[in-house]
Write a protein that binds this ligand. Structure first.
Ligand SMILES: [Fe+2]
Length: 406
């Protein structure tokens, strides 16, 4: 049986089924292993993991611990309750705006990806970061997200494994700007948050490629080198005379954790700025929902459950709840299964009626074949979402599906 236990209850003789963190946050050779001695115990504690899963069929049990299913149900219930609360001042989105915005969003997302590629190349050549260009691009992204957040946010789900760092930066920037707007932050604050998010991982250009792209597990030394990218991001950005404290905070604090278990400084609670606290949540959400990490990308429901679960230790809990409400039940770009036995892509969520977004129907699950893509507004249609699905389950590729809507 798989059970969830607090790390303090872990003893020699137990078998770890899942460390309950991203691969990048630990450097064990495997994520499933027996705890054979005290040094392994110490190493698990050092990861900063606060709760983890054990397999009681392969090692010692802990009677009072809940099973994974019981715990997942409890977390899901908590997320549902958070989502049930009305979002702050829901902004109505006109579906017609979506298509107009999408054309601009496609160009914008390509420009942003090119910008971060160029910026990284410049810094590699010893040049300074050109903040002016970043500012122009982030301003345009913020304007697009104000007009209709669904277009640019939906595009953020398109990933290319080779382009991970670039697309991750653009996606983080999009999510952070939209989240800041949702929190009704001042436009200048939003802009600086966007600049910091776009450049938060710039320090990775100093990480040797053999470490950055290593397919297997990192050694202790390589792990340290990998983590050093945060310090490098700060150093590179500090060289730009116009960099703002907000943008710096986003980059320098995106791996800090609310309980002090993060890096590089191990800052705790309110020692981390609200910008760093936001970046920590968004960075983790983006990583676990993108294809590269964690079982080929988690569906948003599962990702939100994880954010909630980890917010008990790693994130500011209030901010995490706001983020959960911001993402909502069916964010644009997610793949869903309909009652009518079709697979569809969520195009635009409707804050007034979050359970009935407009979708693009693309696949017939009865006949298991692609159909001519058809847009369907679930509010005005006798059809509804049964739940999330994984495109690959139907032999589809999320990326190709997304291209259908462009
Ligand atoms: Fe990072």
């Amino acid at each position: 049986m798989i059970k969830k236990i607090p790390v303090e209850s872990l003893t020699v003789g137990m078998y770890i089924h899942d460390l309950n963190c991203r691969w990048i946050d630990h450097n064990f050779v495997r994520s499933q292993f027996a705890v054979k001695n005290d040094s392994t115990l110490v190493k698990v504690h050092e990861t900063g993991v606060r709760e983890l899963y054990i397999d009681t069929a392969k090692g010692t049990d802990l009677d009072e611990a809940p099973t994974k299913e019981e715990d997942d149900r409890r977390q899901d219930q908590a997320v549902k309750e958070i989502l049930r609360e009305t979002p702050q001042k829901p902004k109505p989105v006109k579906p017609t705006d979506y298509h107009q915005e999408l054309t601009q969003a496609v160009t914008l997302s390509k420009d942003a990806s090119q910008l971060i590629t160029d910026t990284m190349n410049d810094v590699r050549l010893g040049k300074q970061v050109e903040l002016e260009k970043t500012e122009q691009t982030v301003t345009k992204m913020a304007q697009s997200l104000m007009r209709n957040p669904n277009a640019l946010m939906g595009l953020g789900r398109i990933r290319d494994a080779d382009q991970y760092t670039f697309e991750h930066s653009v996606s983080i920037c999009t999510l952070m700007v939209a989240f800041a707007q949702y929190l009704e932050m001042e436009p200048e604050e939003v802009l600086q948050i966007g600049i910091g998010s776009m450049l938060h991982d710039i320090g990775k250009i100093k990480t040797p490629l053999e470490v950055l792209n290593k397919p297997g597990k990192l050694t202790d030394e390589e792990f340290k080198i990998m983590r050093h990218h945060v310090v490098m991001s700060r150093e590179i950005l500090e060289k730009s005379p116009d960099i703002s404290p907000i943008a710096l905070a986003v980059a320098a604090e995106h791996h800090e954790r609310y309980d002090g278990s993060g890096y590089p400084k191990g800052l705790k609670g309110e020692e981390i700025s609200v910008y760093g606290q936001m970046a920590a949540i968004v960075d983790v959400y983006d990583a676990i929902t993108s294809d590269r990490c964690y079982h080929k990308g988690m569906p948003p429901t599962e990702a939100l459950r994880k954010i909630y679960e980890w917010s008990q230790f790693h994130f500011n809990p209030t901010l995490a709840q706001q983020f959960i409400r911001f993402v909502g039940v069916y964010p644009a770009g997610s793949v869903v299964e309909l009652k009518s036995k079709h697979v569809a892509l969520v195009l635009a969520k409707d804050n007034q009626d979050p359970l009935s977004p407009s979708v693009l129907v693309v696949f017939d699950t009865k006949d298991r074949k692609l159909i001519l893509p058809k847009e369907r507004d679930l509010k005005a249609h006798d059809d509804s979402i049964v739940g999330y699905t994984i495109a690959e389950k139907w032999g589809l590729e999320t990326r190709k599906l997304m291209e259908l809507m462009i």
